[in-house]
Design a protein around this ligand. Structure first.
Ligand SMILES: C[S@@+](CC[C@H](N)C(=O)[O-])C[C@H]1O[C@@H](n2cnc3c(N)ncnc32)[C@H](O)[C@@H]1O
Length: 251
């Protein structure tokens, strides 16, 4: 099999649940920051879309921690991933959910997956960087074809290069800039409802839902105080950042 970013994900062996994430982030970060980020992102998805979905497709669902949460905003969820080990962990996580029967987990290459019919919410979480340009076009075009204009929502979270770096390619993925993704969404008929780096998502959640800052200027000042240093550190250290887009299919 030709070695590509995708086959690497399929063939790499992981030592039990999420050895990958253990390697990528220290335990305290996983236990505190990642659940906080998910809470923040769900609060944001609810605010920006303001509705419950019929069918959510979580493409590249990994160990299923997002798929299980999508059950909060969708009646039915389909999680798709290429890695059987991750899917086994996702199945185990699903059994702990009261709504496990509404979650289906499928082993497939998301580039080939053609089960988006009836989906009104599609998530592409931290996976577009695993796909080459041709594959990314194909996946976003399929999502666009499946989602109904003015109703369907696409949520994308992906790694982007910060301003002091130029886009690059490594054995594990393709690191593009934010503009490249935004042009892609535009080309495939999506309108940006919301775009924010992950640190901003968390900072705005803390300001609004934890610190209960009521007026928009106070909220903006408090969240900027938290998010700007985080963003600046990434830019100066030439690290990639994660950008989150909530997109709606244009009429
Ligand atoms: C960084 S993890 C992200 C998991 C999860 N979506 C999240 O947001 O935490 C990337 C996932 O993409 C999956 N993946 C990579 N290429 C894929 C492909 N072509 N088809 C399906 N899944 C793929 C990997 O197996 C892995 O679970």
């Amino acid at each position: 099999m030709e070695a590509t970013a995708t086959t690497l994900w399929k063939n790499r062996k992981f030592d039990g649940i999420a050895a990958y994430t253990r390697a990528a982030a220290p335990a305290w970060l996983q236990e505190i920051v990642q659940p906080l980020f998910r809470d923040a992102m769900f609060a944001r998805l609810r605010r920006r879309t303001g509705r419950r979905f019929v069918k959510a497709a979580d493409l590249a669902c990994g160990v299923g921690d997002w798929s299980v949460r999508y059950l909060e905003i969708a009646r039915r969820v389909v999680g798709v991933d290429i890695n059987p080990e991750f899917l086994a962990a996702a199945r185990a996580a699903a059994t702990r959910s009261k709504r496990a029967a509404s979650l289906e987990l499928i082993e497939a290459n998301l580039v080939e997956y053609d089960g988006l019919d009836g989906a009104d919410f599609v998530a592409l979480g931290a996976c577009l960087q695993c796909l080459d340009d041709h594959e990314v076009e194909r996946v976003v075009s399929r999502a666009s074809a499946a989602l109904r204009p003015s109703r369907g929502v696409l949520y994308v979270r992906t790694s982007v290069v910060t301003p002091l770096r130029t886009p690059y390619e490594e054995s594990d993925g393709f690191y593009r800039d934010r503009t490249t993704y935004e042009e892609l969404f535009e080309r495939h008929g999506f309108r940006v409802l919301d775009a924010a780096y992950s640190a901003t998502v968390v900072a705005e959640h803390l300001a609004q839902d934890w610190l209960l800052c009521e007026s928009p200027p106070t909220r903006a000042a408090v969240s900027a105080t938290i998010a700007v240093p985080a963003r600046l550190a990434r830019v100066l250290k030439r690290e990639n950042d994660f950008c989150n887009w909530i997109l709606e299919r244009r009429a």
